[in-house]
Design a protein. Sequence first.
Length: 80
Amino acid sequence: MKLINFKQLKNYIFILTFENGENIETDLKTLIERHVSIKDLNTAQLNKEWGCLEFNHGMVDIDPKTLYQFSMTLHHKIAA
């Protein structure tokens, strides 16, 4: 399932929108903090071809399946 949109709320907290229409607010800190510093969070971008979330100009990426599964463990679904 691909990521189709995202919004950074604060620090490592993001709202992620997946192709099934789910909007999930999640804290990505434990998933990416070793690879993406707080000052580099503003480099977040969506790779539309793969549906993954990338940081540091593609040097760090999160597979959409991993992102979805991680988000579902610490999530807050938001009405579409």
